[in-house]
Design a protein around this ligand. Structure first.
Ligand code: FCA
Length: 346
């Protein structure tokens, strides 16, 4: 049977298909590597945004807002999950090779600060650290690196104040009540938050000897669940737990541990930080022990850092060295409205 297409047409179609698949392969490769290998047009701005835990809603929202800045200001944003030091350092090389002029990073380990800053300088890339401040060799914050993060101590204090107030509302007997602090002291911003919460609880009259630490091995829900389980085993007589931690996941892990041990939802109070990683929890039809969270400004951390970087590259406007953002309390009563106001939910 004769083919309806002439051999010449067929050959042309085949080469077109081949051309398209080569093009497609090229595109997906540049996406996989997170960097477009071709150098940008002169004057075109390309900015990297590296985050340590790309699976956390918090970081996904930072990216979402950074994308909005890229669209509004007209630059290319390259989002990279930098889950360990090796990936972070390799990504910086790739960014430089791909013609980027700067990057924003929440480093997987703040002790990599010096290595990251040195590589950025050698590659002529501008650098802004977001969320987690770099530590120098002396263990102190690396001041010369531009940074935007939260007012960690203040926000932690707010958590402690909310816990103390809510405990009164529920009429818990102080003699039966204790605090579970899911700690992650290796990260300075985490330590400041939990130290702030403990300080506020103490200032509100909570006895220091009933405030317990549950050190997390990993900064995620399983890490907090394990840490809280150990503490709950050690303190079987406590009837009411107040829970704080570095972020929503830390508190959610501890809340899951309490549920696992049969604590009724209303008999414990957890207050998180981020406000972005507990939305599903607050949306649950039946309240859990997760009372609320200090909602941080993902927009400031994503959009503002990207905008600062863009202006620095494009117009030479150096951003402030240190910018701190605040948090607002969300609970089941107001979260839908606040999230909508902040452009997080429709
Ligand atoms: C840290 C935490 C995140 C978020 C951010 C502002 O990086 O790991 O969950 O709280 O600070």
């Amino acid at each position: 049977m004769n083919h309806p297409l002439s051999p010449l047409t067929l050959r042309l179609l085949c080469s077109l298909c081949l051309g398209l698949s080569v093009l497609a392969a090229g595109c997906s490769k540049s996406l996989d590597a997170g960097v477009n290998a071709t150098a940008p047009k002169s004057g075109a701005v390309k900015i990297g945004f590296l985050v340590k835990q790309p699976e956390e809603p918090w970081f996904q929202l930072e990216w979402k807002f950074a994308d909005q800045a890229a669209k509004a200001l007209g630059f290319t944003l390259v989002k990279i999950g930098a889950t360990d030091g090796e990936k972070a350092l390799a990504a910086i090389d790739n960014l430089a090779a791909g013609g980027a002029q700067g990057f924003i990073i929440c480093a997987p380990d703040t002790r990599l600060g010096q290595a990251i800053a040195t590589k950025a300088k050698a590659s002529n890339l501008k650098l802004i650290a977001v969320d987690d401040q770099f530590l120098g060799a002396d263990g102190q914050p690396m001041q010369p690196v531009h940074y935007l993060g939260i007012s960690a101590r203040k926000i932690g204090e707010n958590v402690g104040q909310v816990l103390a107030a809510e405990m009164k509302v529920r009429g818990f007997n102080p003699a039966d009540t204790a605090v579970c602090t899911a700690t992650f002291d290796e990260l300075a911003t985490a330590k400041e938050r939990t130290d702030g919460a403990v300080a506020a609880l103490t200032a509100a009259g909570f006895p220091a000897n009933r405030i317990f630490r549950a050190p997390m091995r990993t900064a995620d829900i399983p890490g907090a669940l394990d840490a809280a389980n150990t503490l709950l085993t050690q303190q079987p007589a406590v009837k009411h737990w107040l829970v704080c931690g570095m972020n929503d996941n830390a508190v959610l892990g501890a809340v899951r541990a309490l549920e696992g041990r049969g604590f009724a939802a209303e008999s414990c109070i957890g207050v998180g930080i981020n406000g972005t990683d507990c939305i599903v929890e607050l949306e649950k039809a039946k309240p859990t022990s997760f009372h609320g969270s200090m909602l941080l400004s993902a927009k400031a951390h994503g959009y503002q850092t990207a905008e600062m970087m863009y202006k620095w590259i494009k117009d030479g406007v150096e951003p402030p060295l240190d910018t701190r953002t605040i948090g607002v309390l969300i609970t089941r009563a107001n979260f839908r409205q606040v999230l909508q106001e902040q452009g997080i939910r429709d």
